[in-house]
Design a protein around this ligand. Structure first.
Ligand code: URA
Ligand code: SF4
Length: 226
């Protein structure tokens, strides 16, 4: 069967174990042309988890998410919104770089639904091992992966939505919260907030306005943490 599921070892109970397993994923054809799998990174007990689209050219070379121009802009926006950049976790809906060669240049191509679907088990597995208070959905691809094809970022950006209740398949994201004694604990309901992708800010005609909009949305997330 296609898809990432068969590459996920059930005994991989940490993000590091998942990341190690993901290096060998062949759940769709994107592994063939990309340099390496780019898995999520950051604070595993982060209160805020960001989901982007896919690694870009720089991320593909370095093996780390959000280390290129979009990542730089996102970090600045996180800072300007008053979120603590040390306590976030960053990941992507699709873990390999999809591109088209034009001469020697690698031109970003938006992942298709097949890639999003194939890669989604990694995202579900990450969330089973994270425990955020807020999930920030960056742009349309992440929204497709988490919220389904009908969600429109432009219409619902900056709104706090219930998580995982607002997810397309909320049962995928149910995490049984356990306390230190292994008993089921009462975890606070997490929430979700969608906003534009930092790359969309870089492409916007009015970059300042687009940036301010991104920061305004992230400020809603920052205030909700309080
Ligand atoms: N854009 C993304 O969506 N993710 C990255 O990691 C880099 C750029
Ligand atoms: Fe596996 Fe995702 Fe890479 Fe496809 S994009 S090979 S599903 S890690």
């Amino acid at each position: 069967a296609p898809g990432a599921q068969r590459f996920i070892p059930p005994e991989a109970d940490t993000i590091d174990a998942l990341r190690a397993a993901a290096t060998g994923c062949r759940g769709c054809e994107l592994y063939r042309d990309a340099s390496q799998t780019v898995f999520g990174r950051g604070d595993e007990s982060a209160r805020v988890v960001f989901v982007g689209e896919q690694p870009g050219d720089m991320e593909d070379q370095k093996g780390l998410p959000f280390v290129g121009p979009a990542g730089r802009l996102l970090r600045k926006a996180v800072d300007d919104a008053g979120l603590d950049p040390r306590h976030i976790y960053l990941t992507n809906a699709v873990k390999h770089f999809r591109f088209e060669l034009r001469g020697k240049r690698r031109i970003h191509q938006t992942p298709d639904r097949v890639h999003i679907t194939a890669c989604r088990p990694w995202l579900v597995a990450e969330f089973a091992r994270l425990d955020p208070e807020i999930v920030v959905v960056l742009g349309a691809t992440a929204a497709k992966a988490l919220l389904g094809p009908t969600f429109r970022v432009t219409r619902q950006r900056g709104e706090l939505l219930p998580w995982p209740a607002s997810a397309q398949h909320p049962e995928d994201f149910q995490r049984v919260p356990v306390d230190t004694e292994g008993k089921v604990a009462d975890a606070p309901e997490a929430r979700l907030l969608a906003t534009i992708h930092p790359s969309a800010v870089l492409r916007a005609d009015d970059q300042d306005k687009a940036y301010d909009g991104l920061v305004a949305d992230l400020t809603v997330a920052a205030r909700a943490l309080a």
